[in-house]
Design a protein around this ligand. Structure first.
Ligand code: SAM
Length: 199
């Protein structure tokens, strides 16, 4: 048994001896919904082409929130919030990230191109550019299209894109999970845009 002073001394010593103390949520100083809405956005649009899994859709929202993504377009069979299975993985990110449902992915791509947005399918295709070699052009808004868990991005949509970006894979599996692909691609593009801003 320790008296109060002894207990404090021991817990302080324990506290001070902790290396790389993990941060509490409050210490992360994340934005509120209204702060997020007002924040300057990363000039990247995400397009989900016929995503079947609600958990994947929610995961994409959570990743898009992390990198202040401008907007998510939900296309075709892609389900829309509110839905409890989207919420399970989005954890509230459907309230922060702007989104819109557009049935026809191809029509959306054509319209975005007319607005001057550079549109890239994220796929494995002939003449694709590997993500690590992909250079972001200054001043452009980029749209990145991710495809269905089984069929991928529809070929018509791939063909209508300005280009295709592929994530290099060296293992035995043909492809990555769509939500994982979104994490990899958004982080890469976000870092490249950040680095560009500094120059
Ligand atoms: C599970 S994959 C679909 C695989 C499907 N067999 C196909 O034909 O595309 C789902 C989505 O994740 C993305 N994806 C997965 N692995 C990828 C990779 N190595 N490079 C680019 N995109 C990838 C693509 O957007 C793809 O449409």
């Amino acid at each position: 048994m320790y008296d109060k002073k002894g207990f404090l001394e021991i817990s302080n010593r324990y506290f001070c001896s902790m290396t790389n103390r993990k941060l509490k949520n409050a210490e992360l100083e994340r934005k509120s919904v209204s702060e997020f809405k007002e924040a300057e956005k990363t000039p990247i649009i995400v397009i989900l082409d016929n995503i079947r899994s609600l958990n994947n859709i929610g995961s994409v929202f959570r990743t898009a929130d992390a990198f202040l993504i401008k907007k998510i377009y939900l296309c075709g069979i892609t389900a829309r919030p509110p839905h409890k299975d989207i919420q399970k993985t989005a954890l509230g990110a459907t309230d922060t990230v702007d989104w819109e449902y557009i049935e026809d992915t191809l029509e959306l791509v054509e319209n975005l191109k007319k607005e001057g947005v550079k549109v890239f399918s994220i796929e494995q295709a002939e003449n694709s550019v590997m993500l690590n070699d992909f250079q972001v052009e200054k001043g452009n808004t980029l749209a990145v299209i991710f495809g269905n868990e089984v069929k991928g991005v529809h070929q018509n949509v791939v063909s209508a894109s300005h280009g295709v970006i592929e994530i290099p894979q060296l293992g035995s599996k043909h492809s990555l999970n769509i939500a994982v692909s979104t994490g990899v691609v958004l982080w890469d593009l976000f870092s490249k845009l950040k680095a560009q801003k500094k120059t």
